[in-house]
Write a protein that binds this ligand. Structure first.
Ligand SMILES: Cc1cc2nc3c(=O)[nH]c(=O)nc-3n(C[C@H](O)[C@H](O)[C@H](O)COP(=O)(O)OP(=O)(O)OC[C@H]3O[C@@H](n4cnc5c(N)ncnc54)[C@H](O)[C@@H]3O)c2cc1C
Length: 289
């Protein structure tokens, strides 16, 4: 199908972009890399009258470190930029690995972090690892801005807390004493497949005790979800194989998968169990990244 007609708007500032979105409401859509939006328009699933492009907004580009704030990933950073970022390679290689697990170079060169998050697809690869690292989302609107835990950003498949006129500007990974973090994706092919299940974890170990842990499951609930009961099994304890096994079983029990063409409920629960254990072990063994 041919892409339906639309008016292309390329505002020079974030404020103007937000004002255009507020003015045109539901008839406007933000255009970042277009790897999802343009496909949907071509398939007739969306017909926005206006596309508000982020192309001129350099403030949303790049990945940097700011003392006191942490690692800041601009919403326009592409997956390949994330994958190759020396800052992320050094501090949170797990995020680079999650970006590497996505699609192929063509999509990774145009697809952006902002698009991946705002899409709010349950199987998306970046949300679990970013939530495991306690990332925040900076959201800018025409009259105000807010920063919220990324964990609270997703409301359901395709739904986020973004309101009319709001743009996701950046993701902030705050400085943390994390010992290690990890993301494991299980897809039906080695490359270019969507996650049947994705599991991310981050652990903080001090004096041999697990002081902090976050386990986040992807593709097994309407939104990425923390496996809170599994985390509780580990927190405050000296980690052992038995406890990690118990956490894997716990995460499987609290996951809420559906059956679809990529896997049944039982298959996904089994995967959550296995991948949670693997992810935790990898995070613990990885040392600082
Ligand atoms: C062949 C193929 C393979 C793929 N494989 C994977 C995969 O393995 N893993 C995975 O997770 N995803 C995958 N995707 C999905 C997609 O590429 C990513 O989600 C990508 O990150 C979308 O980014 P984009 O910049 O292209 O978004 P766009 O298509 O430009 O936008 C997507 C949505 O987000 C909105 N939006 C974008 N940026 C912002 C912003 N800053 N603020 C507010 N709204 C915004 C748009 O209005 C639109 O609704 C794949 C897609 C394709 C086509």
């Amino acid at each position: 199908m041919i892409i339906p007609e639309f008016e292309y708007l390329s505002p020079p500032s974030l404020q103007e972009a937000c004002a255009l979105l507020a003015r045109y409401g539901d008839s406007a859509k933000v255009l970042a890399g277009g790897s999802d939006l343009l496909v949907k328009m071509k398939d007739g699933l969306m017909k926005p009258a206006y596309l508000v492009s982020l192309k001129s907004l350099d403030s949303l580009k790049g990945i940097r470190y700011e003392t006191g704030r942490g690692v800041i990933i601009g919403a326009r950073a592409t997956h390949n930029e994330v994958m190759n970022s020396s800052i992320l390679q050094e501090k949170y290689r797990s995020v680079c690995e999650a970006a590497h697990s996505m699609a192929a170079d063509q999509i990774r060169n145009i697809g952006t972090v902002g698009g991946n998050l705002v899409n709010a697809v349950p199987s998306a690869d970046l949300p679990p690892i970013l939530i495991a690292l306690d990332a925040r989302a900076r959201i800018v609107g025409s009259s105000q801005e807010r920063t919220i835990p990324l964990e609270d950003f997703f409301l359901g498949p395709g739904k986020t807390v973004l309101e009319n006129g709001e743009i996701l500007a950046e993701i902030i990974i705050p400085d943390q004493p994390t010992t290690g973090s990890n993301y494991i994706k299980f897809g039906l092919r080695r490359a270019g497949a969507l996650a049947v299940v994705g599991v991310a974890s981050s652990v903080t170990i001090s004096d041999g005790i697990c002081q902090g842990v976050r386990i986040v499951l992807g593709a097994v609930a309407p939104t990425p979800m923390r496996a809170l009961k599994a985390e509780k099994v580990l927190r405050g304890k000296k980690l052992s194989q038995e406890l990690i096994d118990e956490a894997g079983r716990g995460a499987a029990a609290e996951s809420k998968p559906i059956s679809d063409l990529r896997g049944s409920i039982e298959y996904r629960r089994n995967l959550v169990n296995v991948l949670t254990k693997r992810s935790l072990k990898a995070a613990i063994e990885k040392g600082h990244v």
